[in-house]
Write a protein that binds this ligand. Structure first.
Ligand code: ZN
Length: 216
């Protein structure tokens, strides 16, 4: 398993002061910066687009972990690569061309990953693992907030087992806080998205709380 990495979601920051939020994350030495892209179709909300990724790339050297919550991502993955994404994850539920999406991303020299909604069976990964650098398991449906479902811990363990000795990151997204980050780590996750928790109050203190839990 690769090392433990925090990937705070910049969507949770004060969007009126993106630069300030990014400075705080740099000071806290987070490993990745998670950018939630939403198209108003795959999820009803709208989030960052290609131009925002380009602007964020110009503000920081933290690698950008771009999560595409968009329909038919094959139309746009190359634009996101060119805009400065360092890794791009696409939802298995959003395309009938999952493998070609991954291959396009990798052909652009970026890391490619697959996202699964809570109810999507992990067996869909079986024929894609050799084209995948990362799997992102949603802890709730994208664009929604729900309770923490403990049965997803079993799914994380099952996915980690499927990786075998491949060097693939297992990321979790959705409601991650200092109360549950250790549980998802123990289940097999090694990359942790957190938005609401990190940006509510003191960013440095919140990130330290997550790191303390991961160290236990
Ligand atoms: Zn996300």
């Amino acid at each position: 398993m690769s090392g433990l990495k925090l990937s705070p979601s910049i969507y949770g920051a004060d969007l009126g002061d993106l630069r300030g939020a990014i400075r705080q994350l740099e000071a806290a030495k987070v490993e990745l910066l998670h950018v939630d892209v939403m198209d108003g179709h795959f999820v009803y909300n709208m989030g960052f687009g290609v131009d925002h990724v380009r602007q964020i790339k110009n503000m920081t050297s933290i690698p950008l972990d771009v999560h595409l919550m968009i329909e038919r991502p094959e139309r746009l993955v190359e634009d996101f690569c060119k805009a400065g994404a360092d890794m791009i994850t696409v939802h298995a539920e959003s395309t009938t061309r999952l493998l070609s999406c991954l291959e396009k991303i990798k052909a652009n020299g970026k890391k490619a990953g697959i996202v699964l909604c809570p109810a999507t069976h992990e067996s869909i990964l079986q024929y894609c693992l050799d084209s995948t650098d990362m799997v992102l398991q949603m802890m709730y449906n994208p664009g929604e907030v729900s309770l923490f479902h403990d049965n997803l811990l079993e799914k994380l363990t099952s996915i980690r087992k499927m990786f075998g000795d491949r060097d693939i990151d297992l990321e979790v997204d959705g409601g991650i806080t200092d109360k549950n980050i250790k549980k998802v780590k123990d289940a097999g996750a090694n990359v942790f998205v957190s938005g609401g928790f990190v940006f509510k109050g003191d960013v440095a203190e919140n990130i330290q709380k997550l790191r303390d839990e991961l160290a236990k």
